[in-house]
Design a binder for this molecule. Structure first.
Ligand SMILES: *[C@@H]1O[C@H](CO)[C@@H](O)[C@H](O)[C@H]1NC(C)=O
Ligand SMILES: *[C@@H]1O[C@H](CO)[C@@H](O)[C@H](O)[C@H]1NC(C)=O
Length: 368
């Protein structure tokens, strides 16, 4: 980095107290983070601009300081922070897809708060509304896959009269912030407040197409304006080769869906719901439900008539599978189904078919 720029940053750091308790800080870093000087932390340095950072941007740096090297020249060299991986790196299952042990039993299909910490709620503004008085509304879901990218369906980028603006992470109940609940001893506990981050890049698959209301190559990446830090409430889901390619059909596989979408009885749900669906043999689905126009190469068929199903509003959310019994990975992306939800199986974009695309797109857009 240029000397003058370093000096400038140091000056700003000092005067904005962005990093508090400079000399004494000793946070321990999370898995996947390294304690290095701020000046060498390429994934975060571009976002350091103490002058004009929003509270959310400042929060990216808070609590990260892990040391102080008094031999360094400028302040940015002396301050050491827990530096994350670059945002395009897919984490391995020591970080992604944790299975959270659950202690409470909830009736119905409500998920435990933050038990699926990769769930992203995608927020939209009405295209016609003026920036000053726009109200954000959720219309799709997605899955966090790295500290900077959310995977969703391409059709979530094309909702007529609505512009995709932000992603909300660490959410459970849409109506409350923070989300509080009673633990098994009846003691009230609250999760941290959810995080809302602007989307600064929307990457739609080049071959995304709609043929008679069926969606093909229905996949898209959203790049967050800055990288998030993984916490108990915010963690990525695994997206990995081997496990998925070995189960090309997922037939008779127990899979899970989740979302805040339209549930049968109550309309849109305020709390995150999860449910089990059976993976189906795609050839069979093509025969039994030709209307859905399955493509077995790029789609997964899951669900049965009268069973659990994804619905309006769940689009872009995850179809989850258990890998080796101890982590959760993204088998598919909720794409489309019968207009009357639950009246047959549904089509999910087969993530394994698009791993190269995902990696390439993240790699080529990784810089700020
Ligand atoms: C998984 O990723 C972590 C963090 O990046 C790394 O420390 C660890 O060595 C990796 N494990 C394997 C088995 O690759
Ligand atoms: C629907 O989901 C629930 C909760 O995961 C599960 O107990 C039930 O077996 C599922 N029903 C079907 C038909 O798969």
């Amino acid at each position: 980095m240029v000397f003058l720029q370093r000096l400038y940053l140091s000056f700003l750091l000092l005067h904005t107290q962005l990093l508090m308790h400079l000399e004494s800080a000793s946070a321990s870093c999370n898995p996947g983070e390294k304690c290095i000087s701020l000046a060498n932390c390429t994934p975060l340095l571009p976002f350091l601009n103490p002058h004009i950072m929003t509270p959310a941007e400042r929060a990216v740096f808070e609590g990260r300081q892990c040391g102080f090297d008094s031999t360094g020249q400028e302040l940015v060299n002396r301050v050491q922070i827990c530096c994350p991986e670059m945002g395009h790196i897919l984490p391995n299952n020591s970080i992604c897809g944790p299975i959270i042990p659950t202690f409470r039993i909830i009736g119905g299909y409500e998920a435990e708060p933050n038990e699926l910490p990769w769930m992203a709620l995608i927020l939209y503004a009405q295209s016609s509304s003026s920036v000053s008085n726009e109200r954000l509304v959720s219309k799709c879901a997605g899955s966090l896959i790295t500290n900077r990218y959310v995977l969703t369906a391409a059709h979530c980028l094309k909702i007529r009269e609505w512009d995709l603006r932000r992603v909300r992470l660490g959410e459970h109940n849409i109506l409350s912030n923070p989300d509080c609940f009673s633990n098994i001893n009846g003691v009230k506990q609250c999760a941290p407040r959810h995080l809302e981050i602007d989307v600064d890049l929307r990457i739609e698959h080049e071959q995304y197409m709609v043929i008679m209301q069926r969606h093909y190559n229905d996949i898209a990446l959203l790049r967050l304006k800055f990288p998030v830090r993984f916490t108990d409430e915010i963690k990525p889901i695994c997206v990995q080769h081997g496990y998925m390619l070995s189960k090309p059909s997922f037939s008779n596989h127990k899979l899970e869906i989740a979302g805040w979408g339209l549930s049968h009885k109550e309309g849109y749900s305020n709390v995150l719901l999860r449910a089990q669906v059976d993976g189906r043999n795609t050839d069979e689905c093509s025969l039994s439900d030709p209307y859905l126009g399955f493509d077995k190469e790029t789609q997964i068929c899951a669900g049965v008539r009268g069973g659990n199903d994804t619905c309006k509003g769940d689009s872009g959310g995850p179809l989850m599978a258990l890998g080796n019994g101890y982590f959760i990975y993204l088998a598919g992306i909720t794409s489309y189904g019968y207009s009357e939800c639950g009246s047959g199986p549904a089509a999910y974009t087969r993530t394994s078919k698009f791993i190269k695309w995902i990696q390439w797109k993240m790699y080529t857009t990784r810089m700020k």
